[in-house]
Design a protein. Sequence first.
Length: 388
Amino acid sequence: MSLNKLDVLIKKEKILFITNFFPSYRKSIWEKLLSNKKSNVIFYFDPIQNEGIQVEEVFFSDFNNRENNFKRVKNFYFFGRVIWQSRIIKDCLSRSFDQAIFLGDMNILSTWIGLIICRLRNKKTILWTHGFYGKENFIKRYLRILFYSLGNKYLLYEQRGRELMINAGFDSSKIFVVYNSLDYDLQKKYFENNQEYNLKRELNFFKTPNLKTILFLGRLTSVKKIDLLIKSLKKLNSKRVKFNLLIIGEGPQKNLLKKIAKKGLEKGWIHFYGKTYNESELSKLIYSSDLMVSPGNTGLNAVHALSYGTPVGTHNNFNNQMPEAAIIEDKMTGFFFNEDDSEDLSLKIDLWFSKFNINLNRAERRRIINEKYNSKYQIKEILKALNK
């Protein structure tokens, strides 16, 4: 019997993967799930771009022969945060499937009902979620416990989230830490190319390009507190200019930040680069920078920076952090400063370049990317959860 005929005879497990939308950084995971021979994964998502996260239209044309694996839904927003997703309830009721993966966001009302339907139909469910943040009040904590209790298994972004879930009474054997990732294979290629050809600093938009360069990478929003970083660098550069500041991204605070940064812009040590999704371009800018600082909170921008061996600084209040902050090894691959304290941020930036352990080379700093923050590791844990 041919292998093709044998594949037909093997019953594949049918998995519903229900999420809110499709961001480009999930491309590698979706590809690997679609290529998995033991399961048939059907993705539910709203194709409309959300919050500046790019939708990869080319991805879907590459899988024209698998168009039945993509189900478009419509996200309806109420009060700015609450979401209802079309067709989810209907398909949870009527479709034949074995397991369902839901985004573990309790603001998605259709997910609550979908989880209940799956329980009634005896279908296993997985919630892919941040878990507990550690700062929930009594009511929010109770709602989270109730919501998560509707699921059977959990995919968490970090060990801290896993510990908080266990402390809340959830079974540790049902919790799988998948971390987070970007386009690991592409970034690894660019990193190796930059190393091989000894990339020269591509920062000629600064008056003095050879100064140590601090990078901010992400959306220019109030929660990121970029004004704190500008204030800290103003202090460090007050007697003589020691640092450049490169800001990559767009957002509602851009004009305000430019006003705050006026003197630095005039003197040529601050540059607003704007938004780019071109990874070749980003790889050179990140690799050319000496330190990435995310003063409000840090998320995938920390993974992005360390993918090119660029260390990361952010604040030390993990209750107000994104889970990816755990990627930083203090004084080795970055540092933590006291939240909202521009004086301490100035001190930690100065110490990073004068005293902290900066002897690791870029390849050594990105070791954790190779070990955990990549789609291969994530798929291994996702499949482990599906097979549990």
